[in-house]
Design a protein around this ligand. Structure first.
Ligand SMILES: NC(=O)c1ccc[n+]([C@@H]2O[C@H](COP(=O)([O-])OP(=O)(O)OC[C@H]3O[C@@H](n4cnc5c(N)ncnc54)[C@H](O)[C@@H]3O)[C@@H](O)[C@H]2O)c1
Length: 308
């Protein structure tokens, strides 16, 4: 049985990915629990073929098992969380990613790097295609994450070029679903908490900003597909169905009943538009999302209802 190491295994995407991987692989999960709850571990530790190591990838210790694949998901993804630890976020992306690339080199393992749509910053090209180089602020509140993820991509590129390591970069766009943290701070989890607590849906800005939301099961399917197909350029993973936050409010109202809305000041460097061009993913990975937003939101709502 082949072994997969998943850093950030206890986070939102990590937990969902590990659950799927353990059907087929031995999985070693690494997490320092900086942006996820220890309570998640109860479910993970019940999985067969799963071993957990509580560790920070910045200070990665020796791993003796033979590793065949590495998913590098470790990094706080929610803006309030990474903004509260900016230097740590930079170190995770640079030193932590470098440590995992060294491990990949030692084991001749395949490494899949979870990059982000945030490498495009506040984009001037729409939809965002992988060849677009981005519009990122190096000295803003979001820079530790955006620039951290950009340098992590460069490390993967150099390891592939210099050491022939099969390091593959995927640029993940907004993903949602069961397993999200209710204190995540991003729009879907905020709206879920508002809906369940019957408090107004809070919108930063005028709600005209757009996002494209991908359901977690679709994202996990794409990530697993990346294990088996090699590619030497970044691939966008996300849903092409772009909606404004005002349209998202309408979907919430139609699906979960009418709620009030509250508009507050927009946040610094918040991207105004966000939509992936997923032509590469369709062609190379033979993948595209299948879950429509209403079904995905209902599954997410059922999860939040149980956990809040
Ligand atoms: N969720 C999304 O919509 C989204 C979008 C784009 C990119 N991504 C990327 O996908 C990955 C997973 O995202 P997520 O939503 O599951 O985030 P998350 O914050 O829920 O999970 C990240 C996990 O990594 C762990 N972690 C952070 N720094 C670490 C370190 N130095 N050492 C060990 N563990 C560490 C955290 O404790 C957490 O469990 C992240 O790298 C994120 O940047 C996610």
């Amino acid at each position: 049985m082949k072994t997969v190491l998943v850093s950030g295994c206890n986070g939102f995407i990590g937990q969902n990915l590990v659950k799927k991987l353990t059907n087929e692989f031995k999985v070693i999960g690494i997490d320092n629990l900086v942006s996820s709850s220890r309570a998640n571990l109860v479910n993970l530790n019940k999985l067969k073929n799963f071993n957990f190591i509580e560790q920070d990838i910045i200070y990665l210790e020796q791993i003796d098992d033979k590793i065949d694949y590495i998913f590098n998901l470790a990094c706080p993804a929610s803006p309030p969380k990474y903004q509260s630890k900016p230097i740590f976020t930079l170190e995770t992306n640079f030193i932590g990613t470098h440590n995992l690339l060294k491990l990949a080199k030692k084991n001749n393992a395949i490494l899949i790097q979870a990059s982000t749509s945030e490498v495009y910053g506040d984009p001037e090209v729409h939809p965002q295609v992988e060849t677009y180089k981005g519009n990122v602020n190096t000295i803003g509140k979001r820079s530790c994450y955006d620039e951290g993820k950009r340098v992590a991509e460069t490390l993967c590129y150099e390891y592939r070029k210099n050491y022939n390591i099969k390091a593959k970069i995927v640029r993940i766009f907004n993903t949602y679903g069961p397993g999200m943290d209710s204190k995540d701070g991003r729009v879907i989890s905020n709206f879920m908490v508002n809906t369940i607590n019957k408090t107004p849906l809070v919108i930063y800005g005028d709600g005209s900003q757009t996002r494209s939301f991908c359901f977690i099961d679709d994202m996990v399917e794409a990530l697993i597909q990346c294990m088996h197909i090699d590619f030497d350029f970044p691939i966008n993973l996300g849903n092409e169905n772009e909606i404004s936050l005002n349209e998202l409010v309408d979907i919430f109202n139609k699906t979960f009943g009418i709620n009030k809305t509250k508009y507050i000041e927009s946040v610094e460097d918040d991207p105004k538009i966000r939509k992936p061009d997923i032509s590469r993913a369709k062609k190379i990975l033979n993948w595209e999302p299948r879950t429509n937003i209403k079904d995905g939101l209902e599954q997410t709502y059922n999860y939040f209802k149980k956990t809040i």
